[in-house]
Design a protein around this ligand. Structure first.
Ligand code: TPU
Length: 558
């Protein structure tokens, strides 16, 4: 059988480890989808819409390191771009593949459907360039292999999304077969001169300091530096704190772990520890308005060593071209070895008292019960809103993972992302915490969890509104139409699925619902947890006040 452009792409995607790709059909991508289906190492997974398709792939990339989403031109791809922006912000290599006009129509002056009605079909490529690290349009089979390989290689190297569009008549055109994949998976070597200089400077900076803290940031996973950072902590024996978006990126059962640093909404003791340290080693942090609590918790100055994915800044100098892993390994080899945590504090533990079983359900009781479900095999996806604060205050067993989207912060992200993550790591228990407001954006993707029989346990927090926005700035726009969320599941099952929808208004009802959810292995269980609107974490309220103050700064005078 002749090999085609679509088959080339499919083989490359399978070679880089994809067992699935996500898709929504449209006439510009139908031939491409047929070609992808011919590859038996990969399954095609369908989504309800292209935004969800992009976020499903984003979640899959969280589980497996890379993912692909296939959509149709403009009406599909422009919706997917929002999720691609999210993948860029969150450092996830998602390859967006769009069907495109027939190669004969480019430059022909023809007006085509699904376009903005002009005759230049380059606008989609121009738009997506801003959201990807590589973007290519394929209008001939001859240069398809080079363009496909360039896009995949760049996405994997940069840990960012990339884009391919394939003219609908070229997807099935004859093409060569791919060779071995090794050239697409380059190890980026550090510049050794720069690395040695950075290590010398860092060790000199470290020598006089005796209250050093490691601060773990959210780019650590993309930098493939999680395991080596544990070895560094073992060696240095110093306290380790994490940033909120890096929840789960350092094992909380490690003897050096000292909790979450998030300015005044830190876990107990962590703010004092970090702010009184004489050395803060920041590993792959993202300091933005949210993570610094409105620019109030931003470690800076001579006491800070900033180790980013490709550069180190210490003692007034910046050293470029250094892979974070190599820097951390070098520090582990050369830093003085000390016993774990001489500073005498212990890791904070969230201990919530069990509420009376018949009492109305509270946020704390819900959090207590969800925390009790976590094991080393759990992936907990937590949506924007108080779910952020509930997830980040929980104690995690070693091995448990938390997924947050704190840089992009698109409400509704979590439902398709948890779907994609569950598809990509079916050996793990998947738990999703999502507020009612967020759920309303992407609710229909629960139907795909039913279709593919993924036993995701969804805690739908029904507090009748956008409580995080109420904390930041209140107004009539923060109050939403109530839905029968648990009741949706019967509609999605449509008599042929195993989804379960349950209500919990008390602690006892929640306990009972969780037992049913754990027993339901052939589909998702959505537990609608009703709590009072003003029942939220104090962290949300305090953080919200700070962010509101930052947002409402007056314009600077000329
Ligand atoms: O816990 P809670 O009640 O705050 O969660 P819920 O109900 O999911 O409310 C989230 C409210 C919210 C909004 C409306 N959080 N951020 N936003 C702003 C926003 C609007 N549109 C998108 C796509 N993303 C956003 N973050």
């Amino acid at each position: 059988m002749a090999y085609t452009v679509g088959m080339y792409l499919a083989e490359r995607l399978a070679q880089i480890g994809l067992k699935h790709h996500f898709a929504v059909a449209g006439d510009y991508n139908l031939v491409l989808l047929d070609q992808l289906l011919l590859n038996k190492d990969m399954e095609q997974i369908y989504c309800c819409n292209e935004l969800n398709c992009g976020f499903s792939a984003e979640g899959y990339a969280r589980a497996r390191g890379v993912a692909a989403a296939v959509v149709t031109f403009s009406v599909g791809a422009i919706s997917a771009m929002n999720a691609i922006g999210g993948a860029y912000a969150e450092n996830l290599p998602v390859i967006l593949i769009s069907g495109a006009p027939n190669s004969n129509d480019h430059g022909s002056g023809h007006v085509l459907h699904h376009t903005i009605g002009t005759t230049d079909y380059g606008y989609q490529l121009e738009m997506v360039r801003h959201l990807t690290c590589a973007a290519e349009s394929i209008v001939s089979a001859e240069n398809a292999p080079a363009k496909i390989d360039h896009v995949i290689r760049t996405a994997l190297r940069e840990r960012k999304p990339a884009y391919l569009e394939i003219a609908c008549n070229v997807a099935g055109a004859e093409c060569v077969r791919p060779g071995p994949v090794s050239s697409l998976l380059p190890e980026t070597p550090s510049d050794l001169t720069s690395l040695q200089a950075a290590l010398d400077a860092s060790l000199a900076w470290l020598a006089p300091r005796d209250r050093v803290v490691l601060l773990v940031g959210s780019k650590l996973r993309a930098a493939d530096a999680q395991a080596v950072s544990v070895e560094l902590a073992d060696r240095m024996g110093c306290a380790v704190t994490i940033m909120a978006a890096a929840k789960g990126f350092f094992p909380e059962d490690h003897p050096c772990y000292r909790g979450l640093y998030w300015g005044e909404v830190s876990s107990p003791g962590a703010q004092e520890l970090v702010e009184s340290a004489d050395g803060i080693i920041c590993l792959a942090p993202v300091f933005n308005d949210y993570s610094t609590v409105g620019w109030n918790a931003w470690p800076k100055g001579d006491n800070v060593l900033l180790a980013e994915p490709d550069r180190v800044t210490v003692a007034g100098r910046s050293y470029e071209g250094i892979a974070l892993r190599d820097f951390i390994k070098g520090m582990t080899a050369r830093a003085p070895s000390k016993p774990a945590t001489a500073e005498g504090t212990t890791a904070p533990r969230l201990e919530l008292a069990q509420a009376k079983g018949h009492a109305p359900l509270t946020n704390d009781e819900m959090t207590r019960q969800i925390q009790a479900l976590l094991t080393k095999n759990t992936t907990l996806t937590a949506e924007t809103g108080d779910s952020w604060f509930n997830a980040t205050r929980m104690n995690l067993p070693g091995g448990a993972r938390v997924e947050l989207e704190m840089q992009w912060g698109h409400i509704g992200w979590s439902v398709p992302s948890a779907f994609g993550n569950a598809m990509g790591s079916q050996d793990r228990r998947h738990i999703l915490m999502v507020g009612d407001g967020s759920f309303q954006l992407t609710a229909q993707e629960v139907a795909q969890m039913i279709r593919y029989e993924l036993p995701v346990i969804i805690f739908l927090v029904n507090n009748r509104g956008y409580v995080i926005e109420i904390a930041i700035h209140d107004g009539p726009y923060n109050y939403i139409k109530n839905w029968d969320y648990a009741g949706l599941i019967a509609a999605f099952n449509a008599g042929e699925g195993h989804g379960l929808g349950l209500h919990a208004k008390t602690g006892d009802e929640l306990q009972d619902a969780i037992e049913k959810a754990v027993a339901n292995k052939r589909g998702p269980t959505l537990i609608e947890c009703s709590i009072a609107r003003d029942d939220c974490t104090s962290e949300l309220v305090n953080w919200g006040k700070r962010v509101a103050a930052t947002n409402s700064r007056r314009p600077a005078a000329d």
